[in-house]
Structures are given as C-alpha cells and as structure tokens.
Write a protein that binds this ligand. Sequence first.
Ligand code: SF4
Length: 223
Amino acid sequence: METLFDTMTAPLGNSVATGLSRLALALKTNASQAAQPLGLSPTQTQVLALLRTQPGGYRPSQLAQTLALGAPAMSEALQPLLTRALAAQQPDPTDRRAKRIAITDAGLAVIAQAADWPEALLDTVADLSPEEQTVFYRVILKMIRNLQSAGSVPVGRLCVTCTHFRPYVHEDTDTPHHCTLVDAAFGDRHLRLDCPEQQPAPPDLAEATWQRFLAAPPSPLPV
Ligand code: SF4
C-alpha cells in the first residue's frame, strides 16, 4: 500500500545514487586538499599511490586504463612526476620496445606523507560493525563489477573475475572461497579489488562464476 511518504520521497534507488554522489564529492574535495601540500594534483597522487603497489611499475597505458584517463591526460600527469624524479622510466622486461613507469625512493617518501584514505572516511567505516562492513564491501564489489560489465569504469583486477577464483567451494562459512593460484581458502572480506596475479577468466566462465558468487552459497563443490 502506498504511503504519504512514498509520494513525497524519491524512489529508493535514486536516494542511494544521490548518497553515493555526495560521498564521491566529499572524497574528491578531500583528495584535492590532501594533494595540495605535496605539490601534486589529485591525479598525480593517485598515480604515485598506484605505482607504490607495484615495484616493477606499470606501462603508461596500464596506468591510464586503471585510472580511467585518456593518453594525453596520463602524459600530462606523468611529466611532472618524471621531472621531479618521483617516478622514473625503466625498460619493460617483457618487451624491449616498451617502457614502464616505476616509483622512485623520492616518490615513496612523498606518497608516504599522503594518507591512504581520508581520516574521516576511515572513522566512518570503522563505526560499522564487521558484519556491516562485509555486507557493504560485497555491495560495492557488485556495483564495481556491474559498472565494469557496462564499460562505465576500467576493468580492474578483481577476484570475482579471476580464472583462479572458486566461490563457495568450502563448507567453512568464514572462508568459503578458494584461490587456486595460492591454493588457499578465503572469505568475502579477503576479496581483492586489485590483485597483481589476477588472470581474467574467459567471459562465459567469468559469468558462471559470478552467478555462483551471487547465489546463496551452494553445496560445496570439489576444488
Ligand atoms: S589470483 Fe588474486 S585475483 Fe585471482 S583469486 Fe587469487 S587472490 Fe583473487
């Protein structure tokens, strides 16, 4: 039955989208404020933060794809980092004609001054119970995966699209999933958003794995 408030408020989906927009705006503002004292733009801070996670570096095209930037914007962000020797070009061991961009010691020192996440955001998340955080993380994963499928965000190196991911193959409800690469069980809280070892599953396998992940945990399957 429709209530008075149903006629006064936006549909729930719109409210969720509005709330997410507010959070995104707050994060953008915070990123800008955090980057300024380092003499970096928010994009350059993101580049250094990303480079920090992979000592072997990234090709510029990989950086651009991960950060959803075009080649000119990526080049514009990288040039000051190279000039200030916060990042350096090095040969790509897998292709002699290609170059990789890697973070330098100076770059590590600079990015160490930038908090990984705004304090306020960390505090807000810390106020959620572990159960709420797990549910929230799962919802975020679902949204990212759907945005990836729609081509709205760059394809990330998620567990849920990895050929090594086996959802719900263990009876232990705390760690029901399995990674065949490291041959170990893990839980929702361990699902990775950017795993360097991720290998994209073929589309049909990825979809089948995703549907199994979304469904209520099925009976344990052989690993
Ligand atoms: S290799 Fe990485 S992305 Fe793939 S299932 Fe294992 S931990 Fe997840």
